[in-house]
Each structure stands twice: as structure tokens, then as C-alpha cells.
Design a protein around this ligand. Structure first.
Ligand code: UN1
Length: 483
């Protein structure tokens, strides 16, 4: 079996497997008896080695030729795109996303690398006239140093890509800790990076637990910045540790994203947008629409059609081309979804459809998409992030009521509205406190080349993606020179 055990990537090589018994089995959520890969978990000592390697490589990489960095990022992006089918199949097997969604995610990852290949060549600063005579001022960016990248299981390749690519682009070195549940996609990405010509130590990947690997990264004095996507609870701990060490942090956490449906909406468009945002990717997106706020004039028609279409969704094996909703990621997530159904019922909401564990011969973690009505804004199902295909519908009478209901949340990642009224669309875009606002589009599913992030309890620190990523992955220097 030792030849089958995959390992972490540290200082330019995959470390030798030395017979450790701490083995991670990566399972297929559509068929949990199928083991995709075995991994030797990294411990604290190996994590510290990786951090030392990243620190040692830091100065040369920060001063490297931008064309060199661009070529490497471009190579990685091209290989991801060339191997998109195979990588998407792997992603789908380990995370449970249906192939079509997995393919879109892999493409997004490849394109992120290619985007940052170009960004490596952009202007890095500005020149100013001083208010003092004969003084020249330059304000320009420099690399931050060693960046800790901690990524979640729900986007196994796209989120690592949109963190690692800008980190490398702007001259930082990386210590990457993927979520254990999706180690195979992370390993595949590391394998591609290992052949890209990147100098040893610039990129390191550690497969292992949050307790050992994650904590070692967070507490190391040699890590200069941490970018994290995951739960709000863990995000808070990350922020506290980063604050105690006075290092910069970028957090992308939860959402309880509202989708408002006005009376003037096109019914079919509204229903499709609600289904796409709430149930696709099995609802396991921080951008998912988990609250749909519907005006009374369209309410009856909307609910009837929404339930019809939701019941028709095919839940099953992610590898089956007819499947529309794959399994949830693991048994724990399945139990959590089932528990939230009970919470909703006890709170007095009406379950119109779904919310059941769909049993299969192979024991896949299938859960039917659920719709709750008779929901009140105080209910836990309406306030807490569930991270599954469970939708709470709130009935309101006017646009203003709908808008206030949409705003009534501790989160602020994404918010959507379906309407044919320019006036309401404009008003919603202007006044929403979410970081991303969608008009006649689902709250989830964003482009790779523009700022991504939220407000309130959803996000902390500078935005991810696009040109905005520069703010987190670089620091500014201002120089004054007397001529
Ligand atoms: C998307 O909706 O396209 O963890 C992206 C998440 C987000 C990414 C969502 N950080 O779900």
C-alpha cells in the first residue's frame, strides 16, 4: 500500500512516505466505499519545514523577473485547462459536484492562473509630484512574504487557484493547506505546480488536519499573511490568532443570501434562478440563496412552480450524466441537513417538499432539496447558514418590505432580486449592504476576474479575485527622493 500513499509537497518535492499510520482515506460521497486516494497526514514538524522553505525562498521570488512568474502561472493555467475533463472527473468523485459543475470549476481555476499570469506584468505603482520642491515620490507595491492559504472543501480547485495564483503573481511564497475532504484535487494541483518550473520552496502543500497543520501555519511567526475561506466559526479563530500576531488576514466565511422575487418578475426566470441559486452544487456554496423573499402578488404561482420543478430535480450519483443534484459532501453534512429539517419543523415552518435522505445501494449521501414556507424572520432556518439544499421562503407585500427583509441578516455576501422594473433593480443595487448584488441572476456563480467578497459577518479584509487581489497580496511602499 505504501506506493499508493500520497504525500505533502514541501520545498520542491513530494515528501517520501515513511510508513506513518496517520492515513487519510479520501472517499467518494456518491459511493463511500470507494476510496479515491490514501494520504499520509502531515504533522507539525513537516508544516514547520514547509514554512521554513517558503521563508528561505521568499526574497528571491519577490525579486524574480515578472515574465518568469507570468510564464509559470501561464503554464499552470494551460495544463489545468488541457486536463479539464480528467480533473473535473476527479473533483466530482471526491466532492460530489456533478460533472458539468466540476468542469466549470476546473475551467475557472485554469483561467484564474492565466489571468494572474497577465497581472504579473501590470504597473506596480504611481509616481507623484511632491508638495515640496525638487522631491519625487513613488508609491508602489511589494510582496508581503510567506502567505498561508487555507481553503474549504466546497470548491476543491477554484478557491485554491484564486488564492495561490495571485499570491505567486505578486511575489509571495505559499504554504497551502487544503480541506482534508478534497485532498485529491489539491494534490493534482500541486503535481501540476511541481512541473511548472517554480523554484523550490516557493509553493508548498500540506495534507493534514486543521489541528496540526492549520494551527502550525496560523501560529508561525514566519507566516506574514493568511487567506482563509471556510466557516464563520473557524474564521473567527483565524482572525483572533492573526490579530494576536499582528499579521494581515483575508477571510471569506458564511452567507445567508436573500433572493427577492417581485410581483413583476417573469415567473419561469424567477423559479429557475431560485433553483439554481438554492440547490445547484447541492446548496454547498457560501453564495447560495437560502432565503427567498416573495411578494404576495406572485407568491401562489411562484411556490406552485418552484415545488413542481424542485420535485423533478434528479438527485443521485455525481458521475451519472442525468443527475442534477449530487450528494452532500459527507455523512456529517448529511446529518446536519437532516437536523435542520427537524429544527424547521419544530419552529413551525411547513415543509413543502424534500428534506429526506435518499437511500441508495451504495450508501451515497443523497439529500432531496427542501423548501420551507410559513417561515418567520426569527426562525433559525431563516437566520443561520445551513450550507445545504434547504430553502426558506418568506412572504411579503411590498418591495420595501422585501428589501428590509433581505437586509435583516448578520451576513452580507450576496443578494439578488428578480424584477422587470428598472427602478427597483437600481434601488436594490444601490441600497443593498451585500458585497455582491445580482439582478435577474442567481446569488451564486460569479466571474473569476472581478472582486469577490462580502460585508458584515461574511468577510474580513481585502477582496479576493481580479485586480482587487493586489490589495491583500501586496504591501505599499512610499519613497521620497530629493533631486
Ligand atoms: C460562486 O458562487 O461562484 O465558498 C463562488 C464559497 C465561495 C465561492 C462561491 N467562497 O462558496
Amino acid at each position: 500500500m505504501s506506493s499508493l500513499v500520497k504525500t505533502s509537497y514541501v520545498n520542491g518535492e513530494f515528501v517520501a512516505y515513511q510508513g506513518s499510520k496517520d492515513i487519510l482515506e479520501n472517499k467518494n460521497p456518491s459511493n463511500p466505499s470507494e476510496i479515491i486516494d490514501y494520504f499520509a497526514r502531515a504533522d507539525e514538524a513537516l508544516t514547520l519545514q514547509a514554512i521554513s522553505a517558503a521563508k528561505a525562498a521568499s526574497k528571491d521570488w519577490a525579486n524574480s523577473n515578472p515574465q518568469f512568474r507570468a510564464d509559470i502561472l501561464n503554464y499552470i493555467g494551460c495544463e489545468i485547462l488541457e486536463r479539464r475533463t480528467e480533473l473535473a472527473q476527479l473533483l466530482s468523485r471526491e466532492e460530489g459536484k456533478i460533472f458539468k459543475e466540476a468542469l466549470a470549476e476546473v475551467e475557472r481555476a485554469g483561467r484564474s492562473f492565466k489571468f494572474y499570469a497577465q497581472e504579473a506584468l501590470r504597473a506596480i505603482g504611481e509616481k507623484y509630484n511632491s508638495v515640496r520642491n525638487q522631491v519625487d515620490i513613488d508609491v508602489y507595491t511589494q510582496a508581503v512574504g510567506v502567505v498561508g492559504v487555507i481553503s474549504p472543501w466546497n470548491f476543491p480547485i477554484a478557491i485554491p487557484a484564486w488564492k495561490i495564483a495571485p499570491a505567486l503573481c505578486f511575489g509571495n511564497t505559499v504554504v497551502f493547506k487544503p480541506a482534508e475532504l478534497v485532498s485529491s484535487s489539491a494534490w493534482a494541483l500541486a503535481e501540476i505546480i511541481s512541473r511548472s518550473g517554480l523554484p523550490s520552496g516557493v509553493f508548498n502543500m500540506l495534507i493534514g488536519s486543521g489541528c496540526k497543520v492549520g494551527n502550525s501555519i496560523l501560529h508561525s511567526n514566519d507566516v506574514d499573511a493568511i487567506t482563509f475561506t471556510g466557516s464563520e466559526m473557524t474564521g473567527r479563530q483565524v482572525a483572533e490568532i492573526a490579530a494576536s500576531r499582528m499579521v494581515r488576514v483575508q477571510l471569506e466565511m458564511g452567507g445567508k443570501n436573500p433572493l427577492v422575487i417581485l410581483d413583476d418578475a417573469d415567473l419561469e426566470i424567477a423559479v429557475d434562478i431560485a433553483i439554481q441559486g438554492s440547490f445547484f452544487s447541492t446548496g454547498q456554496r457560501c453564495t447560495a440563496s437560502s432565503r427567498v423573499i416573495v411578494c404576495s402578488g406572485i407568491y401562489e404561482k411562484f411556490i406552485k412552480r418552484l415545488v413542481e420543478k424542485t420535485r423533478a430535480l434528479k438527485v443521485g450519483d455525481a458521475a451519472d450524466v442525468n443527475t442534477e443534484i449530487g450528494p452532500v459532501v459527507d455523512a456529517k453534512q448529511l446529518q446536519q441537513n437532516l437536523a435542520y429539517i427537524q429544527v424547521g419543523l419544530h419552529e413551525g415552518a411547513t415543509l413543502l417538499c424534500g428534506g429526506e435522505h435518499l437511500h441508495s445501494e451504495q450508501g451515497g449521501f443523497y439529500f432531496t432539496p427542501a423548501i420551507f414556507t410559513d417561515v418567520t424572520p426569527q426562525m433559525r432556518i431563516y437566520r443561520e447558514e445551513i450550507f445545504g439544499p434547504i430553502l426558506s421562503v418568506l412572504k411579503v407585500n411590498t418591495y420595501e418590505e422585501a428589501f428590509l427583509a433581505a437586509e435583516d441578516t448578520a451576513f452580507g455576501l450576496s443578494a439578488g432580486i428578480v424584477t422587470t422594473s428598472l427602478k427597483y433593480a437600481e434601488d436594490f443595487k444601490r441600497r443593498s449592504s451585500a458585497g455582491m448584488v445580482m439582478v435577474n441572476l442567481a446569488t451564486a456563480g460569479v466571474d473569476y476576474h472581478v472582486a469577490f467578497g462580502g460585508n458584515k459577518r461574511s468577510s474580513l479584509g481585502a477582496r479576493e479575485q481580479g485586480t482587487s487581489a493586489r490589495h491583500f497580496f501586496t504591501k505599499l511602499k512610499t519613497t521620497y527622493q530629493f533631486a
